[in-house]
Design a protein around this ligand. Structure first.
Ligand code: ARG
Length: 581
């Protein structure tokens, strides 16, 4: 039980006796530590319902509250009840956490299956920095959900079927550079696609040839299917390398093509069930009129008022679309994987698409908790969409390479005594960590500016700062001449910095479930920064190795717990910690 849950339970008991019936109320962390650690507005809410004086009611509740060994309570303002946790309660919390592999984090996801749909780049197109957001946020959400006890299925729904293959196949047959393909498959495929795309603009005959290649592919032509297969394999191979360097893993790679043979049946089912109907030869899902127009994803407001905004699931020429595939995918995940929840980590521009999919799924009788975890853009330091000097999208691989190079330069300067092999390993951990943390410490919905110096600063709100903090803690333990068992010692909290550190330790288990409420890894990132800052203040004010027993052991235990929470928390963001740096 977290301290917050303990307070809520005791409050509920007091409320029940005050009101005369079972009553519960929420306790929240206090915004300002001067007033206490937690607070509740229960008295104000209940006084309003019962038309009594809130301060008097708060007084009565406090009179009935048994907070023995946990906290003291006082009334503030119009009737808030503030709680200040007793140092001894924090001390015993720390003792419990030291014995707990989960560091106080509850298993709120036990028995629930969640599919996380993230990364999902398109084949024969390079993965650009926009994909970095989906990959990094999605991976972190998977790690956090797993730690909270969910059964997590990470699925990379790559775009491996689409009109681009007409051009790629034509290019493959006529303009392929075998050597370049062997050296860097993703880039060679992109080059072919780009060149052919340009050629189709200059010459309509080329466009016709490409269309014919696409039709042949869709009809199952053996040669074109073989080329398509080869393209997918090569792309996957290139992607795997990027995921390896990011330490990102998937349980499945069921791309769009996996659902091809389910699409015709799906459209028929939608027609029979009258969820979709024909319109100008196409099959479309229209509004069912059950919602207010403002909330209806199949309605849009234009100059002349509200008009239909249908989702097409079969074109007049018989072709299927992105929405058709996504509906088939959703059904598969529910039926085959028994998914209770599906989280789609995809940029803001696809918001309408997902609103339509979720609405159609509900009308189709597919129940579950479906969430579009949207995110904004990455901007260059000029605050415009990030581009290379030639105006192209910046590629993910280039960003990662540069991150590691920059980290290596910093490490060579700050820690010249690390030998070459170790320095290279540390540079990878620090460089990749910096990119991930820059992403995850932002509110996902805001556009963020990609600034190298800021994300790599050793003193700042950065991964290197947090990694350095864990290294500093490790170095304390390296100085001991005997093994230290933190579970065996008594925790003594006498100084304010010690109490504050323990307060933050206790928060970890309360905070992590909240991260998933609205998919905000930045709450975890910011908590870790706060913890690291609290550690440095503690370390400056409270001597550890130089103090006398039993204080020395108690402080060592606080160091150990801080190190474990920092490392675990960074791990949940997908960030590793080096031994030294
Ligand atoms: N391939 C798509 C893109 O790059 C993203 C797919 C997201 N997942 C989904 N189920 N629609 O835009």
């Amino acid at each position: 039980m977290t301290l917050l849950q303990d307070l809520e339970a005791r409050l509920a008991t007091a409320l029940a006796t005050t009101i005369g019936e079972p009553t519960s109320a929420a306790v929240t962390p206090a915004a300002d530590l001067r007033f206490g650690d937690y607070q509740t507005n229960a008295a104000m809410v209940l006084a309003k319902q019962r038309k009594t004086n809130p301060r008097a009611l708060a007084q009565e509740i406090i009179g009935r509250l048994d907070l023995t060994g946990l906290a003291i309570a006082e009334i503030a303002g119009p009737g808030f009840i503030n709680f200040r946790i007793l140092p001894q309660a924090y001390a015993s919390k720390v003792q419990t956490l030291l014995r707990d592999a989960k560091l106080g984090v509850p298993s709120i996801g036990e028995g629930k299956t969640v599919v996380v749909d993230f990364s999902a780049p398109n084949v024969a197109k390079p993965m650009h920095v926009g994909h970095i957001r989906s990959t990094i946020i999605g991976d972190s959400l998977c790690r956090i959900a797993r730690f909270l006890g969910f059964k997590v299925i990470a699925d990379n729904h790559i775009g491996d079927w689409g009109t681009q293959f007409g051009m790629i196949i034509h290019g493959w047959k006529n303009h392929l550079d075998e050597e370049a393909l062997a050296a860097d498959p993703i880039n060679e495929l992109v080059r072919v696609y780009r060149d052919v795309n340009a050629a189709t603009k200059a010459d309509p005959a080329v466009l016709e040839t490409c269309k014919a290649e696409l039709v042949k592919l869709q009809a199952g032509d053996a040669e074109n299917l073989a080329i398509w297969h080869k393209c997918i394999e090569l792309s996957k191979f290139g992607l795997e390398k990027i995921y390896d360097s990011l330490d990102v893993k998937f349980d499945h790679w069921l791309g769009e093509s996996y659902y091809n043979d389910r699409l015709a049946g799906l459209v028929d089912e939608f027609l029979t069930k009258v969820i979709a109907r024909e319109s100008n030869g196409a099959v479309c899902i229209f509004s069912d009129g059950s919602k207010k127009q403002e909330d209806d994803p199949f309605m849009v407001h234009k100059e002349n008022g509200w008009t239909d905004n249908p989702a097409i699931i079969r074109k007049a020429d018989g072709g299927f679309l992105y929405a058709t595939t996504d509906l088939a995918t959703l059904q598969f995940r529910i039926d085959e994987w028994q998914a209770d929840q599906i989280w789609y980590v995809v940029g803001v521009p696809q918001q309408l698409h997902f609103r339509q999919i979720f609405d159609a799924a509900a009308r189709w009788g597919k129940t579950g908790d479906f969430q579009h975890v949207a995110f904004g853009s990455i901007l260059g330091e000029d605050r415009k969409l990030m581009k290379t000097r030639s105006g192209d999208n910046v590629q993910l691989t280039d960003v990662l390479t540069e991150a590691v190079e920059r980290a290596a330069a910093i490490i060579a300067e700050k820690s010249p005594d690390l030998h070459e092999g170790e320095a290279a390993v540390v540079a990878r951990i620090v460089g990749i960590g910096a990119v991930k943390f820059a992403e995850l410490s932002q509110n996902r919905l805001t556009d963020y500016v990609f600034a190298w110096d800021r994300m790599l600063a050793l003193q700042g709100d950065t991964a290197p700062y947090l990694q350095y903090s864990t290294v500093r803690i490790r170095s304390i333990f390296r100085k001991l001449d005997a093994p230290f068992d933190a579970t065996a010692c008594e925790i003594l909290l006498n100084e304010e910095p010690e109490i504050h550190l323990a307060r933050l330790h206790a928060r970890f288990g309360e905070l992590l479930p909240v991260v998933l409420d609205d998919f905000r890894p930045n709450l975890l990132a910011n908590y870790l920064l706060e913890l690291a800052r609290a550690f440095h203040s503690f370390f400056e004010a409270c001597p550890v190795l130089k103090s006398e027993e039993p204080v020395r052991s108690s402080r060592l235990a606080l160091c150990e717990l801080t190190g474990r929470i920092l490392t675990t928390g960074l791990g949940l963001l997908g960030i590793k910690c080096p031994e030294r740096m």
